[in-house]
Ligand binder design. Structure first.
Ligand code: 6PG
Length: 472
């Protein structure tokens, strides 16, 4: 064993693919002695090559790797979510000691994380679910990290995570979020919001391209201009850049050669599923998930498009209205995600601090945006804020943007442009801001055909009416 391999390392990374390697290099840059493990020697070579000059090394033998770590051992896993996580844990378990900490940084389902936390705690081992956002660049130069698990175990890893995370106004985009699987839950909702914003941007692109007949260059300029204003965010920024990228093969804009069929790894769907389980509606996220699925039906879409041509009228809409509408809808997507977190925190006893979540999403992650500063301020001002729409500053923004949102959505729908996420966002807002919904009728219908009973607004109790004897 070389001299450098005989020293004890502060943290070990399992899985030296691009994300794992980049995060490890980031930690090494910050002066921490770190080590990596991978079954593939090529990955170890790559790590040692890229990490030259740092106190950093790689192992292909898991026992030697574990033994090289100081106590308590801190192990971060960046392996694909699913059964691989369990098999890595099975390999590690006999080699670990009480108090050691395993951190799963993949996008694991939070229920799997719950199970793993419980199983490992029987052996005195700590297990963290810690979502990492920001892609490969983020991992290398500063991601947003969402750790959840045992509070005391966080202290063992706080210093290294805080040094490695992105910084906004000098503050790290990582903090302890809560017990159990709360870290993975928060990351899942982050991704749900990510899906919603991506879908809203895609629908905006549809209006610009097919409604307003803008060229790719013009679309790029519009998004780039918007990124200098209230819409400033990572997703708007990269969208502006995408439309400038030329395809090496054909020389035309690459975006125009990409199939219009979106894929997904599942975190958006999980967000929708959980929201239905705990009965906290997030319609914009649901529509984003549904539209990725609808996009797969290419053949059906093409054949139906021949039968049902779109209206011929020219779409008339100002860019200002479109920008305002997108702002309104993006705010609502964040608001829905935050509301889901508020409810999940109650449901699963996560004791989430919403201001902390907004704070660590301001930088490093895919949904980072200037508007997150307002979200942070709103929850910082009122730690028990039930819904973002109740914040005064947000209320003022909504009041200002609402007319443009209505105009944009009506105009797009009249032109036959699919606006699933936009329209559901507006409907969500209109429904949530109405004191009287028509749900009394639904209760009457349920009681009529199934004697499901109803409640009255003028008397406590549960009632049933003999609807069939209705006087005609
Ligand atoms: C992030 C991303 C990342 C996610 C990809 C792909 O925060 O860095 O959310 O974790 O895996 O964006 O997600 P889909 O394949 O589901 O689009």
């Amino acid at each position: 064993m070389s001299d450098s391999k005989s020293k004890k390392y502060k943290l070990g990374m399992i899985g030296l693919g691009t994300m794992g390697r980049n995060l490890l290099l980031n930690m090494a840059d910050k002066g921490f002695s770190v080590t990596g493990y991978d079954k593939d020697q090529k990955m170890i070579d790559k790590l040692e090559e890229e990490g030259k000059g740092h106190h950093l090394t790689g192992f292909g033998d898991i026992k030697k790797f574990v033994d090289s770590l100081g106590s308590p051992r801190i192990l971060v896993m960046l392996v694909p979510a699913g059964p691989i996580v369990d098999s890595v844990i099975d390999e590690l378990k006999p080699l670990l000691s009480k108090g050691d900490l395993i951190i799963d940084s993949g996008n694991s389902h939070f229920t799997d994380t719950n199970r793993r936390v419980k199983e490992l705690s029987k052996d005195g081992l700590h297990f963290f679910g810690m979502g990492i956002s920001g892609g490969e660049e983020g991992a290398r130069f500063g991601p947003s990290m969402m750790p959840g698990g045992d509070r005391n175990a966080y202290n063992d890893v706080a210093e290294i995570l805080e040094a490695t995370a992105a910084k906004v106004k000098g503050e790290p985009c990582v903090t302890y979020l809560g017990p159990g699987a709360s870290g993975h839950f928060v990351k899942m909702v982050h991704n749900g919001i990510e899906y919603a914003i991506m879908e809203l941007i895609a629908e905006t692109y549809d209006i610009l391209k097919n409604g307003l007949e803008k060229s790719d260059d013009e679309i790029s300029k519009i998004f780039t201009d918007w990124n200098n204003g209230k819409l400033q965010s990572f997703l708007i920024e990269i969208t502006g850049e995408i439309f400038l990228f030329k395809d090496k093969k054909t020389g035309v804009d690459l975006v125009d050669h990409i199939k219009d069929q979106a894929k997904a790894k599942g975190t958006g769907k999980w967000t929708s599923q959980v929201s239905m389980d705990i009965q906290l509606p997030i319609p914009t996220i649901n529509e984003a998930v549904a539209n990725r699925d609808l996009s797969k039906f290419k053949e059906l879409r093409v054949s139906l498009s021949k039968r049902f041509p779109k209206p011929k009228d020219k779409l008339v809409l100002s860019l200002e209205d479109l920008e305002n509408a997108l702002y309104f809808a993006m705010i609502s997507a964040y608001a829905q995600g935050m509301h889901l977190l508020v409810q999940a925190s109650r449901e699963y006893d996560y004791n989430l601090k919403m201001q902390d979540i907004a704070k660590i999403w301001r930088g490093g992650c895919i949904i980072r945006a200037t508007f997150l500063e307002d979200i942070y301020e709103a929850f910082e001002k009122d730690h028990n804020l039930e819904h973002l729409f109740l914040n005064e500053k947000v209320q003022k923004i909504i009041e200002k943007e609402l007319p443009s949102a209505r105009k944009t959505i009506v105009t797009g729908l009249q032109a036959g442009i699919g606006m699933a996420a936009f329209a559901s966002t507006l409907t969500y807002f209109d429904t949530l801001s109405t004191g009287e919904m028509p749900s009394n009728l639904i209760q009457a219908q349920r009681d009529f055909f199934g004697a499901h009973t109803f409640e009255r607004d003028d008397e406590e109790g549960v009632f049933h009416a003999d609807w069939n004897k209705v006087s005609k």
